[in-house]
Design a binder for this molecule. Structure first.
Ligand SMILES: Cc1cc2nc3c(=O)[nH]c(=O)nc-3n(C[C@H](O)[C@H](O)[C@H](O)COP(=O)(O)OP(=O)(O)OC[C@H]3O[C@@H](n4cnc5c(N)ncnc54)[C@H](O)[C@@H]3O)c2cc1C
Length: 410
């Protein structure tokens, strides 16, 4: 048994390192428990530029002033900038923040948590026990430790991507392609998938075939085949391949129970945006307030106060409501065919920048989100409207459907 620490943080992904470093900077003693604490983060983490916290703005690798979206109906250029994080620098930034603080690193997997009234014992795979006051579980979507309000089967966003050395490519380097739903020449339309393209400096090009949300997941083989077809039609089949990404993101995990003996964070906490699969903006923005509320709780009232404060900071009632509404959006997307998806996104990106940004950001109040969804609904063709209504009824979320069908929608 080791000394009593204030906190154990499970995991060493972005959520774990962001919250652990915020806790250490506030003077807490932290045990970071993860099987491979220093493993490099491999995904190409991207987000909208205006979502990057000021303190991290130097840690981006690429900036695009604009984003392009294409459907079979129209091509649009979006007036909002997007960035790729420098994952190596970000990871290093969090490790640097541990310097001079009280941090223990346990390079093992947590296998069992034993909760006592004022502490928790974390059992790791080597049989060692670690006693801490509060556990923050940032061990990813597969965590067995988090209790959820509704344990729903997740949908999956899957994607297959290739990094090419392709200085001759013809993509406009000033804009990334957020979604191109137009199918490649011989690729099948169903189920729908889209191309995501990051033109990088120095002639590198990252292209990824993405299935937005499917249950069961679209297979990696299908995505790979579609990407290969696109590469051929773009004249890039022979470009040198310098990297590969296989992406699988669980979407629509049930919300964590509001009262529980730990504080989940990141993908473990169901924070992945249920309708887009994005998470980084939420994690980077919420790590410091979460650390602060837990440590204030520990200082003022002890473990129970810290757990209550942490969980309430992450999931205030309004945020829970909007996540439930997004759950409806996810169910609708999962069941859409290619024609419906194209019409849906064509209408979605005709909303004002504030509206679609607010929807994707996940920070709107429930009433504002309802208003945006009502506006979107008004602009959709009847077939897609009917799909949304049917989804609401079938998924047993009629109250949510009603929340977007506000009076005056004709
Ligand atoms: C390929 C890919 C690309 C993505 N791109 C983006 C993007 O561009 N923008 C965006 O916003 N989101 C993106 N996401 C979604 C999301 O941001 C990532 O999934 C992100 O990595 C989740 O962070 P996390 O720290 O919560 O969990 P993870 O990154 O999954 O980290 C979990 C950590 O917990 C550890 N762990 C697992 N089990 C245990 C255990 N029992 N005990 C202790 N530790 C354990 C793991 O080793 C790991 O360190 C992407 C996801 C993927 C897979």
């Amino acid at each position: 048994m080791t000394n009593l620490h204030d906190l154990a943080v499970l995991g060493s992904g972005p959520a774990a390192l962001a919250v652990a470093s915020a806790c250490v900077q506030r003077g807490a003693s932290v045990l970071l428990i993860a099987p491979e604490p220093h493993a490099a983060w491999l995904p190409n983490y991207c987000l909208w530029a205006d979502e990057v916290p000021v303190a991290l703005q130097d840690l981006t690798e690429q900036f695009w002033p604009r984003a392009a979206v294409a459907t079979t109906l129209a091509r649009r250029s979006l007036d909002r900038s997007y960035v790729k994080l420098d994952t190596f620098a970000l990871q290093q930034h969090f490790w640097d923040a541990f310097r001079g603080g009280s941090v223990g690193v346990v390079p093992k997997r947590a296998v069992r948590l034993e909760h006592q009234p004022s502490s928790t014992t974390v059992h790791t795979e080597d049989g060692t026990e670690h006693r801490v006051r509060v556990v923050i579980d940032a061990s990813g979507a597969g965590t067995p430790f988090v209790r959820r309000v509704h344990a729903r089967p997740p949908a999956y966003q899957t994607a297959y991507g290739l990094l090419l050395d392709a200085p001759q490519h013809r993509f406009d380097s000033s804009q990334l392609v957020l979604m191109d739903f137009r199918p490649g020449p011989t690729a099948s339309l169903e189920p729908p998938s889209f191309l995501y393209v990051l033109p990088l400096d120095d002639g590198r090009l990252f292209l990824e075939e993405t299935s937005l949300a499917r249950r069961p997941a679209m297979s990696m083989g299908t995505l790979r085949e579609r990407l290969e077809t696109r590469l051929t039609s773009l004249g890039l089949a022979r470009s040198r391949r310098i990297g590969q990404e296989r992406c699988s993101i669980a979407m629509g995990l049930g919300l964590p129970a509001p009262v529980q003996s730990l504080v989940p964070f990141g993908a473990a906490a169901g924070m992945v945006h249920p309708a887009s699969g994005y998470l980084m903006a939420h994690v980077l923005r919420k790590a410091a307030p979460l650390a602060e509320s837990i440590l204030d709780g520990l200082d003022s009232g002890g473990v129970d106060d810290a757990l209550a404060a942490g969980n309430a900071t992450l999931w205030p009632r309004a945020q829970r409501r909007i996540w439930e509404i997004y759950g409806f959006g996810l169910e609708a997307l999962v069941g859409m065919n290619a024609s419906e998806v194209n019409r849906f996104f064509d209408s979605f990106f005709q909303l004002s920048v504030d509206e679609w940004s607010g929807f994707l950001g996940g920070n709107l109040s429930p009433s504002r989100l309802g208003a945006v969804m009502t506006n979107l609904f008004r602009g959709l063709p009847p077939s897609v409207r009917w799909h949304l209504v049917r989804t609401g009824l079938l998924a047993g979320v009629a109250p949510l459907a009603r929340s977007v069908l506000q009076p005056g929608v004709g």
